[in-house]
Design a protein around this ligand. Structure first.
Ligand SMILES: Nc1nc2c(ncn2[C@@H]2O[C@H](COP(=O)(O)OP(=O)(O)OP(=O)(O)O)[C@@H](O)[C@H]2O)c(=O)[nH]1
Length: 232
């Protein structure tokens, strides 16, 4: 792996004191693994930086293997940690890593470049790869919206097209810019955190139901929850 978990650049708020840093270390966070997936150059690394509260990187190199960053969140009083896996888009830098990507993953952000229709067409292959984990929460993110030219229709992925694709594949859709984000990057973070929190609760409830369903074999609750929720 290229990087170990880098310290959260943002934490859950701006400019924390060292006392609050200590208290955040003592706080228990429910951790979710989130994959950033998509063609090389769509902006996975830049978006990961942004989500984790960093600046738009002035220089980026192709990701080799995987990089990690973390983002802490508070969703309705519950502490959540998004563990973002910034994966390599180039086949030669990812091929030995694919099984690590999908182990115990909770959600995937499929990212494309709004001014590169090829990266949008490439999504089908990424979705196919992810189909080994059918229970995943999936989100569609069109990046580089700052480069959109409203006077052109050619050579761009329209929001309508992306929306109907996301509907067809049961995903929530966002368009954003890692370079020049309005609020949309934060919208993505909050939506992913909230969906994960809700999905986890539903899975836990389903696991409980299984435990007491009177089936031949009572399932261990923890195990059932894990089976329903984790992947691979
Ligand atoms: N204008 C603009 N450029 C962006 C944006 N996001 C990323 N870029 C640029 O796109 C290029 C590729 O960005 P990366 O974040 O390295 O792309 P990646 O998907 O991580 O690429 P791989 O690591 O090869 O998979 C860089 O030159 C970035 O500066 C954006 O929102 N707007």
């Amino acid at each position: 792996f290229r990087g170990l978990f880098s310290t959260n650049e943002n934490g859950s708020s701006n400019g924390r004191s060292s006392a609050s840093n200590v208290s955040s270390l003592l706080t228990r966070y429910r951790t979710f693994k989130v994959l950033m997936i998509g063609d090389s150059g769509v902006g996975k690394t830049c978006l990961t930086h942004r989500i984790c509260g960093g600046q738009f990187p002035s220089r980026v190199e192709a990701t080799i293997g995987v990089d990690f960053r973390e983002r802490l969140l508070d969703i309705d009083g519950e502490k959540i940690k998004l563990q973002l896996w910034d994966t390599a888009g180039q086949e030669r830098f990812r091929k030995s890593m694919v099984q690590h990507y999908y182990r115990n993953v909770h959600a995937v952000l499929f990212i494309y470049d709004v001014i590169c229709p090829g990266s949008f067409n490439g999504l089908i292959a990424w979705i196919e790869e992810c189909s080994i984990c059918p229970a995943l929460l999936r989100f569609l993110v069109g990046n580089k919206s700052d480069l959109r030219d409203p006077s052109r229709t050619e050579g761009q992925v329209s929001q309508e097209r992306a929306m109907s694709f996301s509907k067809a594949h049961g995903m929530m859709f966002f368009e954003t810019s890692a370079k020049n984000p309005p609020h949309s990057v934060e919208d993505i973070v909050v939506a992913v955190g909230a969906k994960l929190k809700r999905h986890k609760q539903t899975s836990a409830a389903a696991a409980n139901t299984l435990s007491y369903s009177g089936s031949f074999k009572l399932l261990n609750k923890k195990r059932a929850e894990k089976d329903l929720w984790s992947c691979c």
